[in-house]
Design a protein around this ligand. Structure first.
Ligand code: ADP
Length: 713
């Protein structure tokens, strides 16, 4: 599992500050560097321009000298070999020019005149023979490198032009330029003091220099520059100056004289501004970082303080002490604080309501007449109400935490556990709570019968096993006594009616004999009495039969079997054959189901209802029998077109001996419907009537459908 990194608010804020500032600082540094590069490129461009201007000035000097020499070379005194006059002419020219002296050298290398010496003095041979040879050979102006002059014995530069005699070069006319002159051009240029500007000759020898000129004149330029000079006429390079200073050197060379100018800018001065800016930037950045971090630290502190106030409030809420959070500095945290305060109030209300409701529940549980026992998942007792304490004769403290099974006789425990204490699907509230009759045991070992209902519900995600127990010992006792007395009564009724039947039949037989044999000998009144006696005997016999039937209807469902009600109806039709024919009744039936029951009883039920339909009718009777399925019970209906019954009698007609008519109006015993009710009840159903006088009657009774049947059957 990935571990969550925990960070504090303060460090998060510090990171935020760093994340905001560092890129900005890096950006600023990059911009500075970029600016430095731009400035440096600009400086190189400017310096190149200066170098070009300078070399141009040098070239101009040489060109000026060349011009003067060329005009001098065509002097008539030179043509006429009047060297004295020529020296004078040359000296005059010198006053207008910058050359130190003018020298005329013949083809053999001998100086003929030298304005540095009075005319006529012996002169040495020229030392720069290479230049002389070039002039004689090429016939073109030639500018020498720096060399030591034979007359002046110091470093100098010769600008030489050829002197023609006819078509051949006879002499070389030379203007001697001293490095001082070039040094002056350099100093006239007024470079910034830290620049190192150098004028060097075609061989790369220093001729003039802004810094330490006497030390370096006559020496070659630095090795890096020398190497670069061999490759290009104009470039910039990082090198080290002759005095050992790292410099950015820019150089350019004249295409004509091959002389050049190098300007060195000390790198230190170049990067100084950048360094200063970078130092300033880092200083500022540090300051900014420090102040921002400080601010973040302070703000973090405030947030932490507010949040800590919430923490203690939340903990206090957790301990159920309630929490009031004071106003906090940070709005969002304050909102949470207010929410906690509100939640605390709501919790207080809720917990009070819970306490009240618990108290109420406890009151109900404790005052319940049924024993209520709640078990945990291990089937140990967690709740044992007062009724349970009384029922099991077990003090509360002895019961709590012990297994409930201890209150079941040992021989029945396995069965009980399997039936009641094994996990089941929790009750959803729609199905009926199962109720079982079991044998329980008091603490003293006395066994007794209990009725147990065990709703099993889900509460807070876990199952709650509740047992509600009712001591049914007394009820069972009453029930048994009732059953016994019922049985006795039934027995009595049966015996009584059975024993009555024989003498009754004898009485009826004797009375009939009396009428038959003595009717002619007796007066009318005696005959009428005999007839009434016979009728009474018949009625009494009927009554006895009916009573016998009534007594026979038992509630013992053990003999129940599937009974096809169509067959029942057929039996009824046969049994009622005589009254149907006599009254001309129409008796019909719709499709009838098969139910579980006692066939004889069901025949009797339907027989009584159909017979009544035929009997209690003024016109030709129409009786229809049909059945419908309603929520897992069959509802049978027996509908007639008879005289109907007032609603006020709808209940009492089902009581035994209750009749609405005299014998004269309609004969009967008042037992038929009582039998019907007994039969229906013994089959687990109920019976009722829907009727009004003159509107016919519909008797309805229900019989539970056999398991597996549905409304479609
Ligand atoms: P009885 O032997 O008198 O028919 P019952 O118990 O069958 O006794 O009926 C009780 C009384 O209910 C009858 O006396 C009669 O008044 C009334 N009764 C029963 N069935 C009908 C019916 N189909 N139509 C009208 N009245 C009826």
């Amino acid at each position: 599992m990935k571990k969550t990194r925990i960070t504090s608010i303060r460090s998060s804020l510090a990171w935020l500050v760093a994340a905001c500032l560092v890129p900005a600082i890096v950006m600023a540094a990059l911009l500075l560097t970029y600016d430095y590069r731009r400035q440096r490129a600009e400086l190189v461009r400017d310096t190149v321009a200066h170098a070009r201007a300078l070399i141009h000035a040098v070239d101009r000097e040489f060109a000026g000298a060349e011009m003067s020499l060329r005009s001098l070379s065509t002097s008539p005194s030179l043509q006429s070999q009047d060297f004295a006059a020529f020296q004078e002419q040359a000296t005059t020219l010198l006053h207008r020019h910058y050359a130190n002296n003018i020298v005329l050298i013949d083809a053999g290398g001998q100086q003929r005149i030298n304005t540095a010496r009075p005319y006529g003095q012996p002169l040495p041979k020229a030392t720069n023979m290479a230049q002389l040879e070039r002039v004689l050979k090429n016939g073109r102006t030639d500018i020498s490198d720096l060399f030591i002059g034979p007359v002046l014995k110091r470093p100098l530069i010769n600008v030489a032009v050829p002197v023609y005699s006819g078509n051949t070069v006879s002499h070389s006319l030379v203007a001697v330029v001293l490095p001082d002159h070039l040094q002056k051009i350099l100093s006239d240029y007024r470079f910034p003091p830290n620049r190192i500007a150098t004028i060097f000759d075609a061989s790369g020898v220093i001729v003039a220099r802004t810094r330490e000129a006497p030390r370096f004149i006559g020496q070659p330029v630095g090795p890096d520059l020398t190497q670069r000079l061999a490759e290009a006429d104009e470039a910039s390079l990082e090198s080290v100056s002759r005095e050992g200073i790292p410099v950015l050197t820019v150089f350019t060379r004249s295409p004509t004289s091959r002389w050049g100018v190098a300007i060195g800018i000390p790198v230190e001065s170049l990067t100084e501004e950048l360094r200063r800016s970078l130092w300033l930037l880092s200083g500022l950045a540090m300051l900014l970082l420090a102040s921002s971090l400080g601010l973040a630290w302070l703000m973090g502190g405030r947030i932490v303080q507010s949040v800590r106030a919430l923490r203690s409030a939340a903990l206090s809420l957790g301990y159920g002490r309630g929490a009031t959070v004071p106003a906090l500095e940070i709005r969002e945290v304050d909102e949470v604080g207010q929410a906690i305060t509100r939640a605390s109030l709501m919790l207080t209300d809720a917990s009070k309501a819970l306490t009240d409701s618990e108290a109420r529940m406890r009151g109900i549980v404790e005052s319940a007449t049924d024993a209520i026992v709640i078990l945990d998942d291990s089937r140990n007792i967690v709740l044992f109400n007062f009724a349970a304490v009384t029922m099991f004769g077990c003090p509360l403290e002895d019961a709590i935490g012990t297994p409930f099974i201890r209150f079941i006789p040992e021989r029945l425990r396995a069965d009980f556990s399997a039936q009641l204490l094994t996990p089941r699907e929790p009750v959803t509230g729609e199905e009926e709570i199962p109720i079982k009759v079991a044998t329980a045991m008091r603490l003293d070992g006395e066994e007794f019968a209990v009725e147990i209902s065990f709703p099993q519900v889900l509460a807070g995600g876990s199952e709650v096993h509740t047992l509600i127990l009712r001591d049914i010992t007394a009820r069972l006792r009453i029930h048994e006594a009732l059953e016994r007395s019922n049985l006795d009564l039934q027995q009595f009724a049966y015996v009584a009616s059975h024993d009555l039947k024989t003498p009754l039949r004898s009485i009826g037989g004797f009375v009939q004999l009396l009428e038959k044999d003595y009717a002619s000998k007796l007066d009318e009144r005696a005959v009428a009495l005999i007839r009434r006696t016979a009728a009474a005997a018949t009625r009494l016999e009927q009554l006895t039969d009916d009573l016998l039937s009534y007594a026979r209807v038992s509630s013992d469902s053990r003999a129940f079997a599937p009974v096809d009600c169509s067959e029942v109806f057929e039996d009824v039709l046969q049994l009622l054959d005589a009254p149907i024919s006599a009254s001309g009744a129409g008796v019909t039936a719709g499709p009838l189901p098969t139910v579980t029951g006692d066939r004889t009883q069901l025949v009797q039920l339907l027989l009584n209802l159909v017979a009544n339909g035929i009997k209690y009718c003024d016109g030709p009777p129409l009786v229809h029998v049909f059945a419908e399925m309603h929520e897992r019970v069959w509802v049978f209906s027996v509908r007639d077109n008879g005289i109907g019954i007032e609603p006020k009698h709808h209940e009492r007609i089902f009581e035994i001996f209750k009749r609405l008519h005299t014998q004269q109006e309609y004969t009967g015993t008042g037992i038929g419907l009582a039998i019907c009710r007994r039969v229906v009840i013994s089959h687990g159903g109920r019976i009722w009537i829907e009727s009004a006088p003159g509107k016919g009657s519909t008797f309805r009774f229900t019989i539970p459908a056999t398991a597996g049947e549905s409304s479609s059957s």
